[in-house]
Design a protein around this ligand. Sequence first.
Ligand code: NAD
Length: 428
Amino acid sequence: MKTNYYKTILKKIENKDLTVGIIGLGYVGLKLLLQFANKNYRTFGFDNDKKKIQNLKKNKSPISYISNQNISKIRNKTFYSNNFKNIYSCDVLIICLPTPLNIKNEPDLSDIKDCIFNLKKILRKGQTIILESTTYPGTTNEIIVDKLKNFKIGKNFFVGYSPERENPGSKNFTFWNTPKIISGHTKKCQKIVENLYKKIVKKVIISKNLMDAETAKIFENVYRSVNIALVNEMRFILKKMQIDINEIIDLAKTKPFGFSEFRPGPGVGGHCIPIDPLYLSWIAKKKGYNTKFIKLASQVNLETTKKILKEIKKIVSKQKNKKILIIGLSYKKNIEDTRESAGVKFFTKLLDDKINVRFLDGLVKELKYKNILHKSIDLNYKSFSKYGTIVICSDHDFYNYSKILSSSNLIIDLRNRYKFRHEKIIRI
Ligand SMILES: NC(=O)c1ccc[n+]([C@@H]2O[C@H](COP(=O)([O-])OP(=O)(O)OC[C@H]3O[C@@H](n4cnc5c(N)ncnc54)[C@H](O)[C@@H]3O)[C@@H](O)[C@H]2O)c1
């Protein structure tokens, strides 16, 4: 009898008799694996980082906001591996691999391409592959669908795309209550992806095809990039008029429609906002359109970090005590991710300028720069008076900001942590 792969997989999803393999156990992948495991699906985590796999096997979480306890709770239904030997046992494979830029600032999809190249030889009929990585419109077709010619996609193999909307460190939006866009190469692919994600999120939004789902994700991040650039530009304009941007936002956001709140910061960081807009600019150029606005936003955001650094140096040069302490090296609060972080840029540039600078970050304990390992200072509020200036780059919630204020000489608050005016607080 001919196997009906479509019905089989739908049944497996329903009966929780399904193995979900997650490829890439980073911020996106590990969180996703936990969602499925916690809903009693068998899970298989793949990552080429051997140390990460060893640690996960010992229930050690690589991510600060995922506890070891969370990892140990799912241990009895989760396998981990640094190779693809057991891919065969997975019914669904979800790719959560990095999508960085190459040295020419163009999309670098080599991790996903290599992964598909290696998988191709070992995939079997009846499996489903879903891409979760953020990328330019057309990627899933180009590097997955087109490469799996030995299968009949939609009949004996299924392909989908579902972008991740993870907001690391956020307490307001959980995985469960953040609606998830899903899509499939065919209607049947779409249905499988829909039914699968319905098990782990409250609301699933159906995109009519893969490309729309890819575009929606990248548009979300471009929207953020452009608005952050706008607010950063506003801050510099208003500074010339001695107007505080944050107070203006407090007023403007009272409009109940047509205004979304974005706050100025030290500059954008992380894996998404500095990178994703360039994915869109790149594909636009390939299609014959030269983006202006999107590129400009990226440029303004990059310049923001440079301008702020210049301001910090100016402020410090006027102090008798030239020692600086940076609080928060990660690109935003409550996480340990330092990718593209403004705090790291400040720290390393100040070191290059031979300025006496230290950092405090309970999540980023050390930073290697030019072969030297720099360690976070230990938390001792009393010691803050040793520094002429304290720069708050990421305002982790676990610090006591009134203690910081009372024990420091001068604070440059780049996060609007202090909502009041004070002689010791400077906002740039
Ligand atoms: N971090 C976020 O908040 C976030 C949010 C939404 C979307 N995204 C997107 O999700 C994707 C993944 O991002 P992330 O932040 O989880 O990345 P990450 O760097 O935290 O994790 C990627 C993981 O993949 C592993 N890996 C790399 N190459 C591999 C390979 N060839 N085979 C197996 N494992 C490999 C790495 O060791 C790492 O553990 C990216 O496209 C990103 O843009 C990230």
